[in-house]
Design a protein around this ligand. Structure first.
Ligand SMILES: Cc1cc2nc3c(=O)[nH]c(=O)nc-3n(C[C@H](O)[C@H](O)[C@H](O)COP(=O)(O)OP(=O)(O)OC[C@H]3O[C@@H](n4cnc5c(N)ncnc54)[C@H](O)[C@@H]3O)c2cc1C
Length: 261
């Protein structure tokens, strides 16, 4: 079980960042769901609950998800349900169960950049950006490739565009980790395809999306996505199975987007 020496509940992000960086083994707490499964011995746990990051706000241009908003908040948010055919609420609805999703946070889920994430492929095709206390505003696609750093994710911001999107995933059983997942979106004729649980971090299939922009059939785009991305095997699925899933789920997602009015 995770153990830590102290718990800090700062009232501001400035204070939170100071405590976080004061010692190498100090760390941030989101919902803490994953951390509890580990056996690490850490310094001070920094709880962001009093930093007013528990919000979902929307204006005409964007939707802002505070880092301490729960995945259930995201799932039930009207603004998120209306964005890209509700692709992000749809994606997180597969994670374990409602009570669990009430306790895990947007900040922990995005900053963790977990390879199996259901949320990240959806956020990538929605062209989200992350706001970091020290690192500033970074497009999520760029953040996904950055090495781990100590920072505070304050919010995730998604442009409010007229986009059509679809999320597809395969699990051995419901509430298990995904074997592979795919999100696809089309905004004003520009396509995005993101594939996650490869089992590596979600990544954009750039060439396959450009081919869709140029008008190729869904099957050809799916073949290109499976060819351009890397896959590997683990105890859940082989590399070859994941590649085939990528092709099948991408065709399904593109066709669903095309059928979406
Ligand atoms: C048993 C189990 C099964 C799961 N299955 C799935 C699944 O099928 N699909 C899926 O997508 N997800 C799954 N998850 C992951 C889950 O949805 C959450 O993404 C995960 O638990 C992290 O959320 P949290 O709020 O608990 O973060 P925490 O565990 O508190 O934090 C995760 C990491 O992010 C850091 N962190 C937290 N908040 C911030 C912040 N604001 N800024 C910077 N760093 C921060 C923490 O220090 C830590 O390193 C599963 C988790 C568990 C425990």
């Amino acid at each position: 079980m995770l153990t830590f020496q102290k718990l800090a509940q700062p009232q501001s992000l400035t204070e939170a960042y100071e405590i976080l960086t004061a010692q190498k083994n100090n760390f941030l707490l989101g919902g803490g769901a994953f951390l509890r499964l580990g056996s690490a011995k850490r310094g001070t746990a920094v709880d962001l609950s009093a930093c007013e990051l528990n919000y979902i706000e929307a204006n005409e241009e964007e939707v802002r998800l505070g880092a301490m908003a729960s995945l259930r908040d995201l799932e039930t948010s009207l603004s998120m349900r209306q964005l890209g055919c509700g692709v992000a609420p749809q994606a997180v609805s597969h994670i374990i169960g409602v009570q669990f999703r009430h306790s895990v946070t947007v900040g922990g889920s995005v900053f963790g950049r977990f390879g199996f994430s259901d949320l990240l492929p959806a956020m990538l095709v929605l062209q989200a950006s992350v706001h970091l206390y020290k690192g500033g505003i970074v497009p999520l696609a760029q953040f996904m490739e950055q090495p781990p750093q100590k920072d505070i994710l304050t919010q995730v911001v998604i442009p409010r565009q007229a986009c059509r999107a679809s999320y597809q995933q395969m699990r051995t059983s419901c509430s298990d980790f995904p074997l592979l997942n795919v999100a696809v979106a089309e905004t004003d004729g520009v396509w995005k395809i993101a594939v996650g649980a490869r089992p590596g971090r979600a990544a954009l299939a750039i060439q396959a999306a450009a081919a869709l922009d140029a008008g190729v059939a869904p099957e050809e785009a799916a073949r290109l996505a499976a060819a351009e991305l890397s896959f590997s095997g683990n105890n859940r699925a082989s590399e070859e199975y994941r590649r085939q899933l990528c092709e099948a789920l991408t065709v399904r997602a593109v066709k669903e987007v095309l059928a979406c009015k």
